[in-house]
Design a binder for this molecule. Structure first.
Ligand SMILES: NC(=[NH2+])NCCC[C@H](N)C(=O)O
Ligand SMILES: [Mn+2]
Ligand SMILES: [Mn+2]
Length: 307
């Protein structure tokens, strides 16, 4: 039995297409808490975070937008994720765009540092999100958390990242859209993504097994950040940054089932769901279903619907 804390993060400011702020509501409507408690776990929904009073923040890159909001959300998430971990629970952050991971991973990193445990990050995404505020050309800060997590510069407006995560403890999984500046920086940091080509060749299991073995051997904590666009847009249309060629239903579930069996996951983000773009809730429901697999639902536990 795991105790889970649901944290609503109604955040839209990391990109330009409105709708992600409805994410937490969609997860509640799709029955996230029930799906987890049906598996025998305890769940507490803390409701939605509020944006703290904004302080001015500036960035030399004129493309960057919504910096004060993003800094504010980052601060709120650092505290709520750290609190949930300190209470011995598994925080599940219901986003909200991926900029929320600036705060959720920083909160997990602060906690891990106090416990003297290494933090590992599994980034399930079509994108590497490795821009800094200085290199992004879209100006959308949801494309930057992996740079913040690994301690790259350019985040002067943000709280200093507690104990930056070395690049070799970050596993980018399912990647198939990387901007030129990100690509150069990935090479620089020797951060080799497990891209879709690799998954095509090796299968979804082997690279994940290798990573999880390293987390276990190090006695690490594991933060999982699940971006809706990790999934193929055919099965998960409710996202503003679709890229064809994503993971299938079974590949994604297999990842979640392996994560469950590993027993290593200590915090989780659900990001980029834009319910405004959904098709009768199919993406929200799939995300809830994936969380259920992560929390212990087995492949046999599926009902057959007649008609
Ligand atoms: N979390 C995401 N969906 N990120 C998409 C980022 C796309 C692109 N690399 C950008 O920086 O604008
Ligand atoms: Mn992302
Ligand atoms: Mn993405």
């Amino acid at each position: 039995m795991t105790r889970c804390t649901l944290i609503g993060a109604p955040i839209d400011s990391g990109q330009r297409r409105p709708g992600c702020l409805m994410g937490p509501a969609a997860y509640r409507v799709a029955g996230l808490a029930q799906a987890i408690s049906d598996l025998g776990h305890a769940v507490e929904d803390r409701g939605d975070l509020a944006l703290p009073a904004l302080r001015p923040a500036r960035c030399p890159n004129a493309a960057v937008h919504s910096l004060p909001e993003t800094v504010g959300w980052t601060e709120a998430l650092i505290d709520s994720v750290d609190d949930a971990l300190s209470e011995g629970t598994l925080p599940i952050v219901m986003g909200g765009d991926h900029s929320l991971a600036l705060g959720s991973v920083a909160g997990a990193a602060g906690f891990a540092a106090r416990k003297g445990r290494p933090l590992f990050v599994l980034w399930l995404d079509a994108h590497s999100d490795f821009h800094t505020p200085l290199t992004t050309t879209s100006g959308n800060l949801h494309g930057t958390p992996v740079a913040y997590i690994t301690g790259r510069g350019g985040f002067d407006a943000f709280p200093p990242f507690p104990a930056p995560v070395p690049a070799d403890r970050v596993c980018l999984y399912g990647i198939r859209s990387v901007d030129p500046a990100e690509h150069a920086a990935l090479i620089d940091h020797q951060l080799i993504p497990v891209d879709m080509r690799t998954l095509d060749e090796e299968g979804i299991v082997a690279p994940l097994r290798r990573f999880l073995a390293r987390v276990r051997a190090a006695g690490g904590m594991l933060h999982v950040s699940l971006d809706v666009d990790f999934l193929d847009p055919a099965i998960a249309p409710a996202v503003g940054t679709t890229v064809p060629g994503g993971t299938t239903f079974r590949e994604a579930h297999l990842v979640m089932e392996m994560l469950h069996e590993s027993g290593l996951v200590t915090s989780l983000d659900l990001v980029e769901l834009n319910p405004f773009l959904d098709d009768r809730g199919m993406t929200a429901r799939l995300m809830v279903d994936l969380v259920a697999s992560l929390m212990g639902r087995k492949v046999f536990d599926r009902p057959t619907r007649s008609k």
